[in-house]
Design a binder for this molecule. Structure first.
Ligand code: PLP
Length: 400
């Protein structure tokens, strides 16, 4: 008999965790690996945020908080949404959890019954399909080709909606693509959704501040107010403030959904960490110089990397709008032979060839529903990135 439940057998550990594990193993064998798999900022949490956490500990803020987060943090979240998007929300529409990941998981758990469908545009963040499966739902993967900027079109959205559709997931700016929907594109998708009142939209805006354009990244709930009652906006402090280990994320949306999530949270974690919440409130309300400075560093790397990658014969990538990833097209390496005579059959073979022959670790695209691509993270030093690109070029030159 099986020890585990069916829901566990339906899903896999995250491939980025698996890649990190493989990098650690190779490093422990004494190899120097250029690791481009990391999904977190290579900066330290800002000092004023750490200081706020220390103050919270000293002030005795070390007990359970309300299930949906401290009033201070919820007010900080409401403030951010008002300032950035002109969105107004009541306190009861906000919930805080242990990372955006947990909030998204609980939103699905709170709403899916067996057979309910969730539209997930591909390329996608690896966790969405498995989170849907873990909660008895059926992911409906909709391919969004590079020619469409890896974005869902109104036509494809319309075709994918059925009577069983509960959610559409929109990750913008996206991991792994770096693409973001313009306000015009969001407006067009919204027009389709207005015809289907049973469908809700989960927007994952975790990379909204790692953003390379003048005007703020648009948010669906603000673009189409008539849809606002059906949008669950998720975000967090992990990426913007280099706070991945503090585990604070949030969701804002319809009160019935937020109440259901709070009920689940009350029976799972009781509340997110009190100290981390104090830190997150300081991050959201304090000086934002850290964000400006780090985004300017990311922008420099993005520009350098897109140029270097596009200079490598057989590889190519688009310039991301946000985030710290490049999704590199390696379709022209498929069918080629490595110097040792093995044939590259797919992106996974190419990633393995890079790692084994040049010690460069990337994540193969099929893990994100993007076969023929691989993901590079540029949340690492310029030295590592430059050397890695030189090795990418050598690896590609070695193919025939
Ligand atoms: N959403 C996307 C698209 C991500 O890439 C990540 C982190 O990798 C998350 C959500 C999760 O962030 P958090 O640390 O808030 O759980």
């Amino acid at each position: 008999t099986e020890v585990t439940a069916a829901r566990v057998r339906r899903i896999n550990p995250s491939p980025s965790t698996a890649a990190a594990q493989r990098v650690r193993e190779l490093k422990s064998q004494g190899l120097t690996i250029l690791d481009l798999t990391v999904g977190e900022p290579d900066f330290d949490t800002p000092d004023h945020v750490k200081a706020a956490a220390i103050r919270a500990i000293e002030a005795g803020e070390t007990k359970y908080t309300p299930v949906n987060g401290t009033p201070r943090l919820r007010a900080a979240i409401a403030g951010k949404l008002r300032e950035r998007h002109g969105l107004e929300c009541t306190d009861a529409q906000i919930t805080v959890g242990g990372g955006a990941k947990q909030v998204i998981f609980l939103a699905l758990m709170a709403t899916l019954d067996e057979g309910d469908e969730v539209i997930v545009p591909a390329p996608y963040w690896v966790s969405y399909p498995d989170m849907v499966r873990a909660n008895d739902g059926t992911p409906v993967i909709v391919d969004c080709p590079e020619a469409d900027g890896f974005k869902l079109t109104p036509e494809r959205l319309g075709e994918a909606i059925t009577a069983r559709t509960r959610w559409v997931v929109l990750n913008t700016p996206g991991n792994p693509t770096g693409s973001a929907y313009t306000a015009g594109e969001l407006h067009e998708l919204a027009q389709v959704l207005l015809d289907h009142p049973h469908v809700r939209v989960l927007t994952d805006e975790i990379y909204d501040e790692i953003w390379y354009h003048e005007e703020a990244a648009p948010s669906l709930a603000a673009v189409e107010p008539r849809l606002a009652g059906r949008v669950f906006l998720t975000n967090g402090v992990s990426k913007t403030y280099a706070m991945t280990g503090w585990r604070i994320g949030y969701g804002v949306g319809p009160t019935d959904l937020v109440t259901a999530i709070n009920t689940l949270q009350s029976q799972t974690s009781s509340c997110p960490s009190s100290v981390s919440q104090a830190a997150a409130a300081a991050a959201l309300t304090g000086p934002q110089d850290f964000v400006r400075e780090t985004v300017s560093v990311y922008r420099g790397r993005r520009d350098a990397m897109t140029k270097l990658v596009n200079d490598v014969p057989r590889l190519g990538c688009a310039v991301p709008d946000g985030g710290f990833y490049l999704l590199v097209n390696c379709q022209d390496t498929i069918g080629q032979f490595t110097p040792s005579g093995s044939r590259i059959q797919n992106d996974e073979d190419f990633a393995r060839y890079l790692l084994d022959s040049r010690q460069v670790a990337v994540i193969h695209g099929a893990a994100y529903g993007a076969p023929g691509y691989f993901r590079i993270s540029f949340a690492t030093s310029t030295d590592v990135l430059t050397e890695a690109c030189a090795r990418l070029a050598t690896a590609c030159a070695g193919l025939s």
